[in-house]
Design a protein around this ligand. Structure first.
Ligand code: SF4
Ligand code: SF4
Length: 422
């Protein structure tokens, strides 16, 4: 057996927890999950059936963890997993799955398929079968602190530009602040006005907050890659930064998977509870609204809709908050069909948009989002995830849907702050 295969199998054995084993034994092979997955519905390719993407893990479970499977294996009646099997699943799992969890919502016996695909990634990544772009992003995340190579110098330059733009001082390394705000590299590089918008809203709402110069990255490439060791290293950096500044809360910015990773998975990665509470920026803004600390004036006349980021919405439960915020400023708001917890993924989550090899496929499956948008005929689409925003931009452009404007919700709210908030 090759070293690569042995490493992959060992990694998958390490992921074989009670949930995986019960999911494997309860799956009734009904195939219902297929129609929930945009990679299947938009391509018609049966290999993209969600549960099929977990096949390497299922084979291993059957051969090594079940009585009949062990018996069949000992009698040479079943084919062992090969290195080629792992190689064959790389494209299905990394290019053909955004970890959006829509499939997990429809399974009649409650199998969390996305949870298991994440486990398959652990095996593939340990065996060396992960997309090169994602591997490089992981290296940058560990070595530089950002998957896109955004350095502290870049952040400082962005902060200076936003200070000039808003006339507000951005708090850096303020010990004892209540909130530590993280950003995703995609936000710093692509939507820097998010930072200025936060500063305006926080000033108006008298929120005590800071940015850490030690660590400011929200993205956890270890999760996208399926490398729990890397995921733990990156979580530890957030913990160290938060502990150094003695904050009570860490804000996950407009980034879907950053939120679910830090809020739900981080304690398991590092083996202890987090010494702070995690809040998604939508949760915090909605709290400020509820407490009368976020006041807006005026409305946008545009007919707008909202794209729920899969991880924040479906997996993280941040569904009502953005709608309550939009209700403050967008009277012509309409829901997309199949919205909220059943919204269709943008097609670029889970590391897919960082993997150039998957570009053609992610743009093809954008047809699911196009169908939703065609049904409502809106002038603007709002979202709360910078990764979705990048993917939506690509998808709208690819489909020449220039009539749909893309908006970030935090910026939209900041643009309507009462008295401009400053
Ligand atoms: S929907 Fe659930 S039970 Fe049916 S094939 Fe998919 S994972 Fe198995
Ligand atoms: S998590 Fe989303 S993209 Fe992945 S298999 Fe399930 S429905 Fe498809």
């Amino acid at each position: 057996m090759s070293d690569s295969l042995e490493r992959g199998l060992e990694a998958m054995r390490g992921q074989m927890d009670a949930r995986v084993m019960s999911y494997m034994s309860t799956c009734v092979h009904c195939g219902i999950c297929a129609d929930a997955c945009l990679f299947y519905t938009e391509t018609g390719d049966a290999r993209y059936t969600p549960i099929y993407k977990t096949e390497p893990l299922r084979k291993l479970w059957r051969q090594e963890y079940t009585f009949w499977g062990k018996l069949a294996a000992s009698m040479g009646l079943s084919k062992k997993l090969t290195e080629q099997d792992l190689a064959d699943w790389e494209e299905l799992v990394y290019d053909g799955c955004t970890m959006c969890s829509r499939c997990s919502m429809v399974c009649p016996v409650g199998v969390d398929i996305a949870y298991m695909i994440r486990k398959v990634k652990e095996g593939l990544s340990a065996a060396g079968f992960s997309p090169g772009d994602l591997v490089e992003a992981g290296k940058r995340a560990v070595e530089i602190g950002s998957p896109m190579g955004v350095t502290l110098k870049t952040l400082e330059a962005t902060i200076r530009a936003q200070e000039k733009e808003t006339g507000l001082k951005m708090p850096l390394d303020v010990e004892g602040a209540d909130y530590l705000c993280l950003f995703s590299s995609g936000e710093i590089a692509g939507f820097p006005e998010f930072i200025g918008s936060l500063a305006k809203i926080f000033k108006a709402g008298d929120v005590s907050w800071t940015i850490s110069s030690d660590y400011f990255e929200a993205t956890n490439t270890g999760v996208q890659l399926g490398n729990s060791g890397m995921a733990a290293t990156l979580v530890e950096r957030v913990v160290a930064a938060a502990e150094k500044l003695k904050v009570k809360y860490v804000i996950s910015p407009e980034c879907g998977h950053a939120y679910t990773t830090l809020r739900w998975d981080a304690p398991n990665f590092i083996g202890r509870p987090l010494p702070f509470k995690v809040v998604h920026i939508m949760e915090l803004l909605d709290e400020l609204r509820r407490d009368d600390r976020l006041k807006t004036e005026g409305f946008t006349n545009e007919k707008l809709s909202y794209h729920d980021p899969c991880n924040a919405g479906r997996r993280g439960g941040v569904l009502d908050q953005p709608r309550k915020l939009l209700n403050m400023v967008a009277p012509n708001f309409v829901e997309l069909p199949e919205t909220g917890a059943m919204n269709w993924c943008c097609g670029g989550g889970g590391g897919v948009s960082s993997n150039e090899r998957a570009d053609e496929l992610r743009l093809k499956v954008f047809s699911a989002k196009k169908r939703q948008l065609d049904a409502v005929n809106v002038e603007g689409l709002v979202t709360a995830c910078s990764n979705c925003r990048h993917m939506l931009e690509d998808g709208l452009e690819d489909n020449e849907m220039y009539e749909v404007e893309l908006l970030g919700i935090t910026e939209l709210i900041a643009d309507h702050l009462a008295g401009d908030g400053v």
